[in-house]
Ligand binder design. Structure first.
Ligand code: UDP
Ligand code: MG
Length: 335
């Protein structure tokens, strides 16, 4: 089987040489062990401004196993990865995506491939603990995982974008037509058999994190809003709650008014503040409900993927590696 390793790179000149050496080492070992027939490394240069692309070109010239894709501008990690996946979906039987900075343990690729050979489509690399992250990053990440799951997303705890995908899992993934990419949340929706490989996460090999706080925050907000319309529903609930409070406040204000123990003007103020506030929120919530519906519709996500087919009609069943590139027919009912 052909294995591709996808590496998104943004200004990674400091680590790229080491990364290439380690990854080609892993490919060689896999090949010697007879686990793969061919292996490729695909670097996706996400609009770097340093020598990253020059290095990739040099590596590719020196080693036929190495290739590169250069994006026209900095599109962000998720889109760079997506570009790599689209390429791999038509060039490889399976692909492992890994960050360029060697924080993820390249050794974990070996058990991933083993799982793939046992017929598993998705292998999540999950880090054992986050000792190498700062206190802040560790805890904000934990909060984020909890929040996404509480809001109805399904992400794997402590799993970043280090994973193996079979060809059909990649094809399924790239068939999601949405523009807000949050791969971590999309992969579980593919639903094919999956497994987990545990590894220790290291310090960045060299260079700075390409995810400063600002990018992290926008990644988190994208993650939540591209999976959940629940925040909109909470506005509706809040509006309802305020209307209920308003009814109580109005009753109280009228009661006080009748008993003449109020300053002139107080009753009308209290009544209108609560009532109008509640109604405005409720109206926002109702509009939000429709916006949420539109949002879900415009994503035009595929409804399902067929995992297995049985029966004589499918005697020449399309399995893992033989499914055709871009074969959308497998998403259709088999009637
Ligand atoms: N990356 C990218 N585009 C970006 C930011 C990051 O392709 O705009 C790549 C980066 O080169 C690395 C991976 O995404 O391979 C993860 O980034 P980083 O290690 O800086 O993030 P952290 O581990 O600090 O969360
Ligand atoms: Mg990193």
């Amino acid at each position: 089987m052909d294995l591709a390793i996808i590496v998104p790179c943004y200004n990674e000149e400091e680590v790229l040489t080491e990364t290439t050496a380690r990854l080609t080492g892993v490919l060689e070992r896999l090949q010697q062990a007879g686990q793969i027939s061919e292996g490729r490394i695909l670097f996706v240069d996400d609009g770097s401004r340093d020598r990253t692309w020059t290095l990739i070109e040099q590596f590719a010239a020196a080693d036929p196993r190495i290739c590169g894709l250069k994006l026209s501008r900095n599109e962000g990690h998720q889109r760079a990865l997506w570009a790599g996946l689209e390429w791999a979906a038509s060039h490889a039987d399976a692909a492992v995506s890994i960050d360029a900075d060697l924080q993820d343990d390249v050794e974990a690729i070996l058990p991933m491939v083993e799982y793939f050979r046992k017929g598993i489509d998705v292998v999540y690399g999950v880090r054992k603990e986050r000792a190498s992250d700062t206190f802040f990053k560790r805890n904000t990440a934990l909060m984020f995982y909890r929040l996404v799951n509480a809001l109805g997303g399904q992400i794997v705890y402590n799993h970043a974008d280090f994973r193996l995908l079979s060809r059909r899992a990649m094809q399924a993934l790239v068939s999601f037509p949405e523009r807000n990419l949050f791969l971590r949340g999309l992969v579980p929706l593919v639903g094919y058999p999956s497994a987990t490989v545990w590894y220790d996460r290291h310090e960045r090999f060299a260079g700075q994190s390409k995810y400063p706080l600002k990018k992290m925050l926008s990644f988190a907000i994208d993650g939540i809003t591209s999976f959940s319309t629940r925040p909109l529903r909470y506005i509706t609930y809040l509006g309802l709650l305020f209307v209920l409070i308003a009814i109580g406040a109005i009753a109280y204000a009228l009661f006080s008014y009748v008993n003449h123990d109020v300053m002139p003007g107080w009753t009308s103020l209290v009544v209108s503040v609560w009532f109008v506030g509640g109604m405005v929120l409720l109206a926002c919530g109702i509009i939000g409900e429709y916006v949420g519906k539109i949002y879900k519709e415009v994503k035009r996500r595929p409804h399902y993927f067929v995992e297995k087919e049985a029966g004589s009609r499918f005697s020449n069943a399309r399995t893992n590696s033989s499914s055709l590139a871009g074969d959308n027919a497998s998403n259709l009912p088999s009637a």
